[in-house]
Design a protein around this ligand. Structure first.
Ligand SMILES: [Zn+2]
Length: 73
């Protein structure tokens, strides 16, 4: 299990916000990225992070629609 002392020194590599433990993952309180924990060690790597919105409960974000971005003429 991740202890509180370790959590306090961890920060999201993407947005540098603090993080919290959620189940088997480290969750960024800023951007919502989820980092895996392997053998009790948080893997704070962007390559390993899951972006918010991915997965079965993926809520629709405010992302740009690729079909509508080049309509300027
Ligand atoms: Zn973040």
């Amino acid at each position: 299990m991740i202890n509180d002392g370790l959590l306090k020194i961890l920060a999201c590599p993407a947005c540098h916000e603090s993080v919290r433990v959620e189940g088997e993952k480290i969750v960024c309180t800023g951007c919502g990225r989820r980092y895996p924990i392997r053998d009790g060690i948080p893997i704070m790597l962007l390559d390993e992070a899951e972006l918010p919105g991915e997965g079965p409960s993926g809520a629709a974000g405010a992302s740009t629609d690729p079909d509508t971005e080049t309509k300027v003429s």
